[in-house]
Design a protein around this ligand. Structure first.
Ligand code: NAD
Length: 497
């Protein structure tokens, strides 16, 4: 591991320019406004632990004003021709692609991931707007003859109505666009509450959507340091019709409970504990290449991150050695430096959590192949770490690590590994490496998860249905399924006598 670590808090002119271009107020009903109490919240660069912006800090009263605006805009917005809604998304997609470099720099400044990954996220986030601009004009109902031939059965799809979106800090743009895209396409209005750590990317996106022609009131973006105080009254308000949340399982459960009172439509994309399974007939070099992406993408802070490696006992040692060699070659540092391959974690608490999991695994008997020692210098860094011989009871195999740590356990048979993997409370992503077609088909069918990467370490695609089962939540984002989350089906019984 080599270091490209920051030696001071100075921001470059390019960084200051990109920060200066973003509105720091609330985007409320289509207008930029201060918080009702004038408060602001601080945004930090996690690579240097320095405040880089002050952003308006929304109150419950701001939330109510945003819902008033969403409700007022809903009827006209639902009647806006689908092509028009699609073209707004298409224009926003094109601007995001044009501005990918600026969006990437902004995202790296507030979140820390390497610039090349922020650029990929900006383009991936934009893809949801392109995909749903195409879906907007394909919303269709059905017409059928009833089985007894006496009546006709007509169904139509209609927008569910005003939505609340709550998004996490780890993918500040993409977790928003995969909700905003289908909601715009379906004709829903919405309030977005981004994570307090990373509000700048979403505020920049609000301006892009406004410039693309999104009518006033359709979208509000409300950063806040008091999420519960802002969102609980909105969830309790009968005018809200849908909640879509991406974040931790613990918060997701609370929000589902709150939503039950108004019987809101709900989608929750929650935590994961993705297994990365390598059978003894796998192409080991390819598995290591893909493990680098599955583990280290987004600094290891992804819900789809490979969280626990199960490698067949015959190939576990060479796999661990090759992975550790690649980990040692990583350049770790502030993501704005183009040479950096791994950035900081989001905050000091995240470093403590990762360090605690590694220490406990070592106490349980795991051996350190590389890394494993906490770094308390400038910024919130944890070194890329490979642990071998991790015992199956170790907590690191059960909890979401959210950091650059690869714990490797071994297995002997396909049955054993499936039983171990499926015993997790989570069921989001998984990765399987084998050259056997029969085994691949069997294992893909039997895994209790929403998504499988078969000989692949990356799953994300705007055209695919993203989501989980069990404690990883319910609902799907992207793909053909994505827009259904924002549509209700109305049925009309037609008398044709
Ligand atoms: P988090 O649950 O702490 O926060 C997520 C969002 O919820 C933030 O905007 C936060 O401000 C808000 N929030 C927190 N408490 C709240 C409350 N009581 N009421 C209303 N809103 C509240 O999660 P995080 O640490 O920001 O994100 C990491 C988590 O997100 C991980 O568990 C990760 O797996 C998950 N995630 C899941 C997916 C997916 O698609 N399944 C994608 C990305 C991240």
């Amino acid at each position: 591991m080599s270091q490209a670590r920051p030696d001071g808090p100075q921001l470059t002119p390019a960084e200051l320019a990109v920060l200066g271009d973003v509105h720091k107020d609330l985007f409320l009903g289509g207008r930029w406004t201060k918080a009702s109490n004038g408060a602001t919240l601080s945004v930090e660069d996690p690579a240097i632990g320095v405040v880089i912006a002050e952003v308006a800090d929304a109150t419950a009263a701001d939330g109510t004003r945003a819902l008033d605006a969403a409700v007022a805009a809903q009827v006209d917005w639902a009647r806006t021709p689908p092509r028009e809604r699609g073209e707004i998304l298409r224009r926003a997609y094109e601007v995001m692609v044009d501005k990918a470099d600026q969006l990437a720099l902004l995202m790296t400044l507030e979140m820390g991931k390497p610039l090349s990954e922020s650029r990929s996220e900006a383009l991936y986030a934009a893809e949801f707007f392109r995909w749903f601009s195409e879906e907007a004009v394909r919303i269709a109902g059905t017409w059928a003859t009833a089985p007894d031939g006496q009546t006709r059965l007509w169904t139509m799809k209609q927008p569910v109505g005003p939505c609340l979106f709550i998004t996490p800090w780890n993918f500040p743009l993409a977790m928003g666009t995969r909700k905003i895209g289908p909601a715009v396409a379906a004709g829903c209005t919405m309030i977005v509450k981004p994570a307090a750590q990373t509000p700048l990317s979403m505020l920049a996106l609000a301006q892009i959507l406004a410039d693309a022609g999104l009518p006033e009131g359709v979208l509000s973006v409300l950063p806040t340091s008091s999420p519960q105080q802002l969102t609980a009254p909105l969830i309790a308000d009968p005018r809200l019709r849908k909640l879509s949340f991406t974040g931790s399982t613990a918060v997701g459960k609370k929000l589902v409970e709150q939503s039950a009172h108004q019987l809101l439509r709900v989608s929750v994309e929650l935590g994961g504990n993705a297994p990365f399974i390598v059978f003894d007939d796998a192409d080991l070099d390819h598995a290591v290449d893909e493990a680098m992406k599955a583990k280290l993408r987004n600094n290891g802070e992804a819900c789809t991150a490979a969280n626990r490696f199960y490698v067949h006992e015959a190939v576990a040692r060479p796999f661990a050695d090759r992975l550790a060699e690649r980990f040692r070659a990583l350049v770790v540092g502030r993501g704005v430096d183009e040479s950096v391959m791994l950035g900081p974690l989001i905050d000091r608490a995240a470093v403590s959590k990762v360090a605690g999991l590694v220490d406990r695994a070592i106490q349980d008997g795991a051996s350190v192949v590389t890394g494993g020692t906490r770094d308390d210098g400038v910024g919130y860094f944890y070194p890329p770490t490979v642990l071998a011989d991790v015992p199956s009871h170790s907590i690191i195999l059960r909890e979401e690590i959210f950091g650059p740590v690869a714990p490797i356990a071994t297995f002997a048979t396909e049955e054993d590994v499936l039983a171990e993997v499926n015993s997790s409370e989570y069921g989001l992503a998984s990765y399987v490496f084998t050259r056997s077609l029969d085994r691949a088909l069997r294992v893909c069918e039997r895994l209790d998860v929403g998504m499988v990467g078969l000989n692949r370490g990356v799953l994300s695609n705007a055209a695919a249905p993203f989501g989980g089962v069990k404690a990883s939540g319910f609902g799907r984002e992207g793909g053909r399924e994505g827009i259904e989350e924002y549509l209700d089906t109305k049925y009309v019984s037609v008398n044709v006598s």
